[in-house]
Ligand binder design. Structure first.
Ligand code: G4P
Length: 190
């Protein structure tokens, strides 16, 4: 998506450690017109896939997942990071390791909302090592739902999470794929 690349070049800030700051339009302040365009582009990519639910993880994935779900006319569901008790077995849960933050966390989603009959599209803002996406895939599999694919706003290809998932047969569509960010210079995969 050309507009995403232009937005990253004009608004993004490359931080040490391969981190791209996009707080001005995606991660803190949200450019709502652009959000709608992102939702439309994701819906265009997956329009023929029979998606019944869009699944993301709180927090930053929620806005773009909602925009995509609105365009597809389906519900958006977000997995929660809080430690929610599962003593009554009412949730699906899995562990996620965040390489960026160096922490582990549990993600949970209620069995009431992720159904075996669902055809699930995963949506997130960033794809780096792929840990978050793998957590969502695990939840989808626990529910016995069909994984249609994933749509990501910004993929950092130099962390290889996206290509590894593609090699495993998962459809991964990213609105912008950053090949490298060395010396503050952003290079896209086209
Ligand atoms: P992975 O899921 O692809 O393996 O990525 P990783 O664990 O490394 O990322 C952990 C968090 O950092 C995620 O957000 C992810 O969206 C975010 N992240 C990764 N790379 C970048 C980057 O270059 N720029 C920005 N702005 N964020 C990045 P999170 O911890 O789940 O937090 P939240 O913001 O979704 O609440």
């Amino acid at each position: 998506m050309r507009e995403m690349e232009e937005m990253i070049l004009s608004e993004g800030e490359v931080l040490p450690g391969g981190i791209l700051k996009v707080g001005s339009f995606l991660n803190q302040q949200i450019d709502t017109g652009f959000l709608r365009d992102m939702g439309r582009e994701i819906a265009r990519l997956y329009r023929e896939s029979g998606v019944t639910k869009v699944l993301t993880i709180e927090a930053s994935g929620i806005a773009i997942a909602a925009a995509a779900a609105m365009e597809l006319g389906v519900p958006m569901l977000f997995a929660k990071k809080h430690k929610t008790s599962n003593v009554d077995g009412s949730v699906y849960s899995t562990e996620v390791h965040s390489f960026t933050h160096g922490t582990d966390y549990t993600v949970v989603v209620s069995r009431d909302y992720l159904l075996p009959t669902d055809r699930v599209l995963l949506v997130d803002d960033f794809l780096a090592n792929g840990a978050a996406l793998r957590g969502l895939i695990a939840l989808t599999r626990q529910a016995g739902a069909v994984l249609v694919g994933a749509a990501i706003a910004i993929e950092k290809a130099f962390q290889h999470g996206g290509d590894t998932l593609r090699d495993e047969g998962v459809r991964v569509e990213s609105l912008a794929v950053i090949e490298s960010m060395e010396n503050g210079m952003i290079a896209f995969r086209r």
